[in-house]
Design a protein around this ligand. Structure first.
Ligand code: GDD
Ligand code: MG
Length: 364
């Protein structure tokens, strides 16, 4: 089995984190986003993964050569000289994807779910059509691709990318399986699979839906990244994952859904949870309060700081008695001084904050 992961795009909506790392390498629950997907693909029997990239492959190459060995999977970089959109990369990788008759998976790199690839493949083979897309229900479908079904069938009747008016709330989850014949529809030039290829497949009644069980989130922007983190942590708790910190052994855990890297140092008087991820090498001081937030590698939360609904980037410092809230995102190596209130700020790498921020703002 083969797969292609769409890892291009500039990740601008996940700035300031993506000023430091390409989006697929930004950690989600202490692991690069893309590794969650690679692990799930390998588990489903995928032996060859194509990474379709159009930016900074060097950083990715370094990480992924290790991954190849560790997971016994072949990873090929397919590098675009101009961004080819969400369909063009399939044509660029035609030699690999089309080398036999087996169907292949295609994934957006910024979605989180339980990745039921085996079920998707079985369903796809059973209906015999050219493609199957995973769908999920959302409250606000306007940011996504919406599908409407042929009544009483899994075939799609209409696919509308980012609808301006409400047409339905079942959306494209960004995970597909296709027969190699789809390659006959795509040229190696900038093409949107959602706006150009899917509508053509729909006309031919060759595109089907598979209902994704469980949680799903596009984690490509900070607010959604935090929501996705909460969903994923709840899932880990439900399946009794050993990654979830046991309150019996970690007295500072409050209401659960907490991951704490074993190399983090947390003062026993801190209070952490629910829905918190603490990364490797992080230090959390006395009386600090963390709730619904992500603290990335080597960040420091000083005594009595309060961090809520925010992301603290790698190597950053949150001062004593300082409060972060309302989807504040600190980039790499940001220093927020003591006794400040930061409400909804997005702070670029290497900045130092010494004044309050009361209204959402970008700090450059
Ligand atoms: N290689 C490559 N080249 N990849 C690209 C390019 C490109 O030029 N442009 C975008 N991508 C990748 C992104 O990195 C991402 O993994 C994926 O294609 C989708 O792009 P996004 O920019 O994240 O799209 P979206 O979130 O607005 O919408 C898409 O995802 C939704 C689900 O999250 C669409 O597929 C929607 O239909 C879908 O509902
Ligand atoms: Mg996206």
């Amino acid at each position: 089995l083969k797969a292609l992961i769409l890892v291009g795009g500039f990740g601008t909506r996940l700035r300031p984190l993506t000023l430091t790392l390409p989006k697929p390498l930004v950690e989600f629950a202490n692991k690069p986003m893309i590794l969650h997907q690679i692990e799930a693909l390998v588990k489903a029997g995928v032996k060859h993964i194509v990474l379709a990239v159009n930016y900074r492959p060097e950083v990715m190459v370094a990480l992924l050569s290790k991954v190849e060995e560790q997971y016994d999977v072949k990873i090929t970089f397919s590098v675009e000289t101009e961004p080819l959109g969400t369909a063009g990369p399939l044509a660029l990788a035609k030699e690999i994807l089309g080398k036999d008759d087996a169907p292949f998976f295609v994934l957006n790199s910024d979605v989180t779910c339980t990745y039921p690839f085996e079920e998707l493949r079985d369903f796809h083979i059973a209906h015999g059509g050219e493609g199957t897309i995973m769908v999920t229900k959302v409250e606000d479908p306007s940011k996504y691709g919406v599908v409407l079904q042929v009544p009483g069938s899994s075939a799609i009747d209409r696919f509308v990318e980012k609808p301006k008016d409400f047409v339905g709330n079942r959306i494209n989850a960004g995970i597909y399986i296709f027969n190699p014949s789809i390659l006959n529809r795509i040229e190696p030039k900038p093409t949107s699979i959602e706006s150009e290829i899917f509508p053509a497949m729909v006309v031919d009644r060759q595109l089907h839906t598979f209902d994704l069980p469980g949680f799903w989130m596009d984690i490509g922007q900070p607010k959604d990244y935090l929501i996705g983190t909460c969903l994923y942590l709840s899932h880990l708790t439900a399946v009794k994952s050993p990654l979830i910190a046991d309150p019996a052994k970690n007295p500072f855990v409050f209401k659960g859904n907490v991951i704490i890297d074993p190399t983090a140092e947390v003062d026993p008087t801190a209070v952490i949870g629910p829905n918190v991820v603490v990364g490797p090498g992080v230090k959390v001081g006395a009386g600090a309060r963390l709730q619904r937030c992500v603290i990335m590698e080597n960040a420091r939360i000083k005594d009595y700081a309060w961090v809520q609904s925010s992301i603290v980037g790698w190597n950053s410092t949150v001062g004593r008695w300082t409060r972060l809230d309302n989807t504040t995102v600190l980039g790499d190596d940001v220093n927020v001084k003591d006794e400040l209130t930061i409400n909804g700020a997005s702070v670029l790498p290497h900045k130092s904050l010494s004044a309050n921020i009361y209204e959402p703002a970008i700090v450059m």
